[in-house]
Design a protein around this ligand. Structure first.
Ligand SMILES: Nc1ncnc2c1ncn2[C@@H]1O[C@H](COP(=O)(O)OP(=O)(O)O)[C@@H](O)[C@H]1O
Ligand SMILES: [Mg+2]
Length: 148
């Protein structure tokens, strides 16, 4: 059955890493718990910077903890709820939910943020989707789609 929920898209231009983090902090207020945020965009477009802002908005006291997981696929932070930070950059070949281990925490009491979500071989209904693009120099275009 098709979802009846309405789709909303908003676009932002960020002019600095600080502004991108602020957009993340603002966005955090509208993320349902449990909830999922899918981030797509090339290297250096600000996915981790945005995640840092979202985590701070979700109550993480030390946002410097938020870095791309280098050797693991997932970092877990504790804000007012658990924050599962997934980075699929090193994932080669499309994988299913179970081989990544996402089923361990999706739908549980927390917010899951996925960098390189284009590598997921499945869609997640109701997730907030954000596409990030380099718009020259320190500018980044963020296109945020969510559902009512
Ligand atoms: N407007 C901006 N928003 C986010 N990052 C920016 C911006 N302008 C410059 N940058 C720089 O781009 C890089 C973004 O890195 P990062 O957030 O790790 O990206 P990703 O996770 O997408 O690879 C950082 O070095 C940051 O300082
Ligand atoms: Mg990153």
């Amino acid at each position: 059955m098709r979802s009846r929920r309405r789709r909303h898209t908003a676009e932002f231009i960020s002019k600095s890493p600080e502004e991108t983090a602020r957009i993340g902090m603002e966005l955090a207020r509208s993320i349902p718990v449990p909830g999922v945020v899918l981030l797509r965009g090339d290297l250096g477009t600000g996915k981790t910077t945005l995640t840092r802002g979202i985590a701070q908005g979700l109550g993480l006291e030390d946002p410097s903890l938020v870095n791309s997981p280098s050797f693991t696929l997932i970092n877990i932070y504790q804000g007012t709820c658990p924050i599962y930070h997934v980075d699929l950059y090193r994932l080669h070949g499309a994988r299913d939910l179970y081989s990544i281990g996402l089923d361990d925490f999706l739908g549980k009491d927390g917010v899951t943020i996925v960098e390189w979500s284009e590598r997921l071989a499945f869609s997640l209904e109701g997730a907030i989707e954000i596409e990030l693009k380099d718009a020259g120099d320190d500018q980044r275009k963020l296109r945020i789609t969510n559902y009512e």
